[in-house]
Write a protein that binds this ligand. Sequence first.
Ligand code: DGJ
Length: 384
Amino acid sequence: MAQNKKASATTTIKSGEIWPDTEGKHINAHGGGILYYKGTYYWFGEHKTEGRRGNSTLFGVGAYSSKDLTSWKNEGIVLKVEEADSTSEIIKGCVIERPKVVYNARTKKFVMWFHLELKGKGYEAARTGVATSDNPTGPYTYLKSYRPNAGIWPVNVPADLKEKQVDATNLKWWTPEWTKEVKDGLFIRRDLEQGQMSRDMTVFVDDDGKAYHIHSSEENLTLHISELSNDYLSFTGKWSVLAPAGHNEAPAICKRKGRYYMITSGCTGWDPNAARSFVAESVMGPWTALGNPCVGERANLTFESQGTYILPVQGKKDAFIFMADRWRPKNPIDGRYVWLPIIFEEDKPVLKWQEEWSLEFFDKNKKQNPPLQGKRKLPLGKLP
Ligand code: DGJ
């Protein structure tokens, strides 16, 4: 069905299909994230347009609201791109990806972070932008963008690497020597002064109110986990690396029974690849790799999708939804959504294809999400 044909609202989740909003139009909120605030879910995402140029941001970030996670009302464009001021970093035609909104209880502001690429510069700017609003549905005011953590080394890199001198001129990409140097901070050193690259990203607020910005950095080779300031608008300078040279994108994170779980993808542009998963006792790591969380047919392609967010379902204990995008780069507005319940088998998040499902899945599958019997030790083989 063409994305602009009207269709009736749905009460179940059917991944990969047209998902009509309350007006019957396919939801336009790609690379999204969800905020739950006072009884309502707000879904923020990339507002794409028709045709090959549809990934450039011509309007801004869109939002939808819902009480039940299936029926979504279009709340319009909540962060608008700048139309007139050509010096603005968010001038029409820039690229805004993977917007995530969190609520700051101290400042009572809604804070939106997003991956920002400057107009006409491809993906080389690799910045993260921030905007705020007094209301979940905006309007959001753009504040600034960052290359995070300029001048600061991560907490989990040995001190001697900071002083290491490397002549990278003849170092060939993807060779074992090069991989070793990446692990030893080659790109951190390169970008130390100007700040670290930040592309695919998410934001996570922990139970204690501290927020973390998690992003693909170092030419998408290494994930960086950075603590945000108390107002969530800047970086404190405390940060760590996860899976150096592991080539991860699309980070999505949740906390279950005191442990942190992350699901990521590999890096193959708009094409799907196999997801990866990790577990840790602390957000800053160390993280342990758990492998591909997907099982069954098309598990090697994350069911033809790439993750964007892990949504904790309100009112249901330990119920999490893995949200992903089935990109359509030739006509981005027609991109589809893949939402799957996360099943925890022992300590591992597991994703199985569901043709059509509803939130009752979590009540029926309690046995598959059993409480942890005490805290077992994490397996050996920890990553930084
Ligand atoms: C993969 C990323 O996950 C997407 O968000 C987007 O940046 C594409 N790459 C661009 O090729």
